[in-house]
Design a protein around this ligand. Structure first.
Ligand SMILES: *Cc1c(COP(=O)(O)O)cnc(C)c1O
Length: 290
């Protein structure tokens, strides 16, 4: 198929690579309506809080294991959504090369030291890394960001310290209220000029999010908030300067009632995820017809 005689639309959201990604209109309209539904649930939960009129929390649409076409469908008008979260470095590198630079990527997955420098260096529009849990990884991210060659004016990379509020062995993160947390926060602020400490992140226990009702508080979210308040005191900053990244599909409304600044919602927007081995960044056109 040749398109040389029809002028390509000039849209700031479109890159040459992104233009080649086909979007199924039916899928796009499902995604747009899912996103709008989540956005309105966020506004109601934020409005219902007893903590004054807060700005509504940021919504990170968690697109891990979902195709690039799904992300583009939400980044395009009418929603023009900007913040997307990914868990795997390789998958994020691939998607970031295909998709517009106007996307603000969040890395939210388990971070391995051997991939940290590359992650911070090779994705100019990486907006935040939310899973920092050691001084070593912070140093490597700082080094990578300093090597970001494409723009001399690159802003610092935002980082969240992941806190293991539930104490489960299966979860990463530093223990709450520990000297380790305070030392890591100081390390980021004092020794990593290319990073900016944005706040704290937790995943929390599934059992606790299932047990949470509008009347009860989720212990993980209470813990993260208290940990943030103590850290702010320790660093002598206003607690509002440290964000709370907490709340996922199962529990984001409860998290907002506990003061969340950012929720990370995946399956409620994109549907069930495929197994990692079956995930495809680029779908073939036939499977788009399903
Ligand atoms: C996958 C993931 C999410 C989104 O989970 P859903 O339950 O699909 O909303 C949020 N945060 C982290 C760290 C994740 O790994």
């Amino acid at each position: 198929m040749t398109t040389t005689d029809s002028p390509q639309p000039k849209d700031p959201h479109t890159t040459p690579a992104a233009m080649k990604i086909p979007i199924n209109p039916q899928r796009a309209s499902t995604l747009v309506s899912n996103l709008e539904h989540v956005t309105s649930r966020i506004s109601s939960a934020a409005g219902a809080g007893a903590r004054g009129p807060p700005p509504p929390p940021r919504l990170v649409a968690v697109s891990k294991l979902k195709p690039a076409s799904d992300i583009l469908a939400l980044h395009n008008p009418p929603t023009s959504h900007e913040h997307f979260g990914e868990n795997y470095v390789q998958e994020l590198l691939e998607k970031s090369r295909l998709l517009p630079r106007s996307i603000k990527w969040h890395f939210i997955g388990g971070l391995q030291s051997n991939k940290a420098t590359q992650l911070a260096r090779d994705i100019p529009n990486l907006w935040a890394v939310e899973s920092v849990d050691s001084e070593k990884k912070a140093t490597l991210l700082d080094k990578g960001r300093s090597q970001l060659t494409s723009s001399a004016t690159a802003e610092p990379l935002r980082v969240f310290i992941q806190v293991n509020t539930s104490g489960e062995d299966s979860k990463s993160g530093v223990p709450p209220g520990s000297g380790e947390l305070n030392a890591l926060a100081r390390h980021i602020r004092n020794n990593c000029p290319h990073l900016r400490l944005q706040g704290l992140m937790t995943i929390g226990a599934i059992a606790r999010s299932k047990a949470t009702t509008p009347e009860t508080e989720n212990e993980d979210f209470v813990c993260l908030r208290e940990t943030r308040d103590a850290l702010a005191k320790e660093l002598d900053v206003n607690p509002d300067e440290l964000e709370l990244s907490m709340g996922m599909s199962e529990d984001f409304e409860g998290a907002i009632r506990q003061g969340s600044s950012e929720v990370r919602v995946g399956s409620t927007i994109f549907g069930e995820r495929p197994a990692k081995k079956d995930a495809k960044v680029l779908e073939d056109t036939e499977s788009e017809k399903r």
